[in-house]
Write a protein that binds this ligand. Structure first.
Ligand code: DL6
Length: 817
């Protein structure tokens, strides 16, 4: 008998129906007959909120009145994805919703699809934050996610006639947004600019301007935990609707300028990912949300107290800094403690270092934020003072730990140069209790390379927490067929909150009948995806081909170029007759990726992929055996459709560059096989699923380093491998640019002369592994057996496990009693 442990629903179908009717009537002002699916979506969301309200109150009360330290997850990005279905699942109301909506004459899927996706993140880092708030609530750990409610999320990607990326604003708040509760009565004041004066030996900051930080609260219901946490996203509002003095001079437009400037702070998410960014507005955003969050925590945990005992702060909350973006929180907490609550330096530093921890999400040195001290001084003059003082104290401490002057100099938080800079990763490492990387390999490289001096002198600060993903959204919601089969195989659905139970599927990989059922699930998902791609993009995918996906940000280190060059080489093989078309294993390659708007080579790669797709898909010689599709505007929704339908996943970054990856985990959990390098979490995935169930290729971190050391000459690889040469020549000769030889010249020049991420050096190995992949795919039973073993052995990659690791290694707290 199958044990179903789904969360107990707080509502009956009749109550849900009545709730929708009420909301339609009093909220939307329409009758059920007049209502559109979008109206029903809004009404249903409000019904869900209504039934979560008591659990939300109780969670907050227990958090404030109890003795369990809370977690404050500070993140500039929360890529939460659509809310309704996820909230219904976690709160146990899915069936009631479906029945109620159908009863009112609507299709539940159409209603759910009416939700506009909040795209408040660039990629992995923001999506991880969303998985973590889900897991925190599901484990019953009291927590706040703190971030920004950007009015414009990551841009909407379109392609023009030439296949180039066009960026369009993503105004996701243009429609009703029923999830965010705007709480004007709990706003906070955040100030900027001005001067620091000294009075009676005390420094006093006289800011020049302020904005009002208004919290917009999103409920985060845990799966079957009965707990509802809060994601508090700050929205910037102006205090000065009008500057009346200016207005009286009849300069109307100037009069609204202060409002516009203040509100600009939460207007737009920076569309950068792993690229340096030095804009003032970004620093304003960072300070804006952390300053508001710190004040908010004091309000929540020390209500109504003029002189709270903030030495107890580290017992109330632990702040996790999600990358360097919120690191300005360290000097801010120091400022609050010293300037506003009169603590001395040492006490303030003790509180601060016990309260903060830092997660690093990159290995690219250029992605570690470094701010010009002058900019910080202009915007936050008191903070610059404090940072300089932290730097001085830190240097003094280092002198007690080492005599190596060069090392001490290398570790400066504020650099010693004419125009000094503040290294935010160093500030975070010095100012927090723990530093973690996001996969074993990444954490090791952080210690050995990026933060080596720090790990030498402070080895105990460093730890690892391998990333994870929530099985609720990425298996149960994205892949209902597989979920049902897992539950059938295990005889329980408890795996949704204890993912390591998937191991129970291992013996079933020997059962051909079960493997065939598993194969049937994949096939049905592929057919669904083909229908979705037709509907949404007009693509004609053949579900009887291998679906091979590469979805992630477009970045040179991730090496979409390797994939497209291998594809071109295959095309050239067929065209030249080197490979008979009858021997070609039919394959559909699907890309999904946005490039930062200013990232020229990445955007040129997008153009190339689109044009390879155009040429290959329309070439009658190929007879549909090789198809390339690039659905635009890759987002969480597309991921949820594509991942369950994928046979082969690409994780082919240069070893030592991808911090972790989380797509790799989602694919393995949905029964795709991975072709990948020994990079990021691939290393652990391969260990868990078994080397024989993973297609490994390419140089290792050590080999990459050795080649850099020796002097890398990409042109040698071009000359050495005729298939690579043929592929690059086709890019140069205008095959994919209507005969124009200039279009891709910068890309080709980069490959042949620079190729920093060694795409060319790994090409031959990557091409070779393709024959193993194709040979296995020709044996569906064996392929699916291995794919099933991927599912069975990937339970470790649940974000619930990651959160358990954070609780034990870093936060030292747990669930509410
Ligand atoms: O940790 C989440 C995610 C990792 O899975 C990716 O490997 C990593 O590239 C990404 N990092 C960033 C940081 N960019 N910056 N700065 O997005 O984090």
């Amino acid at each position: 008998m199958t044990e179903i442990t789904a969360p107990k629903s707080p509502v009956t179908t009749a109550e849900f129906t009545e709730g929708i009717r009420e909301q339609l009537k009093y909220g939307q002002g329409v009758t059920p007959e007049q209502a559109t699916p979008a109206d029903v979506y809004v009404a249903s969301s409000l019904v869900v909120r209504h039934y979560l309200q008591d659990a939300w109150f109780k969670t907050q009360q227990d958090m404030v009145n109890g003795h369990t330290k809370a977690v404050g997850y500070l993140s500039a990005e929360f890529l939460i994805g659509k809310q309704l279905r996820n909230a219904l699942l976690n709160a146990g109301m899915l069936d009631q919703f479906d029945a109620a909506v159908e009863g009112l004459g609507f299709d539940p899927q159409t209603v759910v699809d009416s939700e506009y996706e909040p795209a408040l993140g660039n990629g992995g880092l923001g999506r991880l934050a969303a998985c973590y708030v889900d897991s925190l609530a599901s484990l019953g750990v009291p927590a706040f996610g703190y971030g920004i409610q950007y009015r414009y999320g990551i841009f909407r990607q379109e392609f023009d006639e030439e296949g180039r990326q066009i960026e369009k604003p993503e105004y996701w708040l243009a429609n009703d947004e029923p999830w965010g509760h705007v709480d004007y009565n709990r706003s906070q004041k955040v100030s900027f600019g001005g001067d620091v004066i000294e009075k009676n030996g005390k420094k006093i900051w006289k800011p020049a301007w302020s904005v009002r930080a208004v919290p917009v609260d999103y409920m985060v219901p845990g799966y079957a935990s009965g707990r509802v946490n809060t994601l508090r996203l700050w929205s910037a509002r102006s205090y000065d609707e009008f500057d009346l003095l200016t207005f009286n001079k009849s300069e109307y437009l100037d009069a609204v300028k202060p409002k516009v400037k203040a509100e600009d702070i939460s207007k737009i998410l920076y569309p950068e990912d792993s690229t340096p960014e030095g804009k003032q507005l970004r620093l304003e955003q960072q300070y804006f949300f952390v300053a508001a969050s710190i004040q908010d925590v004091i309000r929540v945990f020390y209500p109504g107290q003029d002189k709270p005992d903030l030495t107890t702060l580290p017992e109330k909350i632990t702040f996790q800094l999600n990358d360097t973006h919120p690191v300005i929180g360290i000097p801010e907490l120091m400022r609050v403690l010293i300037d506003e609550y009169d603590y001395d330096w040492d006490t303030a530093w003790d509180i601060t270092t016990k309260t903060f921890n830092y997660t690093c999400h990159t290995l690219l040195p250029e992605a570690l934020e470094v701010w010009p001290a002058s900019l910080i001084g202009e915007l936050l003059p008191r903070h610059l003072d404090i940072i300089k003082e932290i730097n001085q104290h830190f240097l003094d401490e280092l002198k007690t730990k080492t005599r190596d002057k060069e090392k001490i100099d290398r570790m400066r938080i504020v650099t010693n140069e004419e125009n000094p800079k503040v290294r935010m990763a160093y500030l975070a490492t010095a100012g927090g209790s723990h530093v973690n990387g996001v996969a074993e390999l990444h954490s090791q490289l952080l210690k050995d390379v990026t933060l080596r001096d720090f790990s030498d002198l402070y080895p105990d600060k460093f730890t690892n927490v391998t990333n994870g993903v929530t099985p609720r959204r990425f298996i149960r919601l994205a892949n209902p067929r597989l979920s049902a089969l897992i539950t059938e195989g295990l005889g329980t659905d408890k795996w949704l909150s204890d993912l390591e139970l998937l191991e129970g599927l291992v013996p079933l990989a020997k059962d051909d009948e079960f493997v065939k059922k598993f194969a049937a699930v994949k096939q049905a998902n592929k057919e669904d995806f083909a229908a979705y791609a037709k509907r949404e993009y007009g693509f004609d995918l053949d579900p009887n081909t291998m679906f091979n996906s590469m979805i992630k940000r477009l970045h040179e280190y991730k090496r979409q170029a390797l994939k497209i060059l291998a594809l071109i080489a295959k095309y050239a093989d067929i065209k030249s007759g080197k490979v008979s078309i009858d021997d070609v294993q039919p394959r559909t390659v699907i890309f999904g990726a946005k490039a930062a708007p200013g990232y020229y080579l990445a955007k040129l790669t997008i153009q190339l992929i689109n044009n390879v797709a155009r040429v290959v898909n329309n070439d009658p010689d190929i007879k549909g055996k090789l198809q390339v599709y690039y659905p635009w505007n890759y987002n969480v929704r597309l991921a949820q459709h594509l991942i369950p339908a994928t046979d082969l996943d690409e994780q082919i970054s240069q070893a030592g560059k991808e911090a972790s990856g989380t797509g790799n985990m989602k694919f393995a959990l949905n029964g795709a096989l991975t072709v990948g390098t020994l990079d990021g979490a691939n290393v652990e995935i391969r260990e868990k699923v078994g080397a024989e169930n993973f297609f490994l290729f390419g140089m290792t971190v050590d080999e990459v380093e050795a080649l850099y050391e020796k002097g890398y000459m990409p042109a040698e690889y071009y000359e050495r491998d005729p298939r690579l040469k043929a592929a690059i020549d086709m890019v140069s000769d205008g095959t994919f640019s209507n005969g124009d030889r200039n279009t891709y010249a910068p890309l080709v020049a980069d490959w042949l002369t620079k190729d920093w991420f060694m795409t060319l050096a790994d090409f031959t190995a990557y091409s070779k592994i393709q024959s193993d992949i194709e040979a296995l795919y020709r044996d569906p039973l064996e392929w699916n057996r291995k794919a099933l073993l991927n599912v069975a052995n990937s339970g470790y990659f649940s974000s619930d496990r990651s959160i358990q690791d954070y609780l034990e290694r870093i936060w030292h707290t747990g669930p509410l009693a």
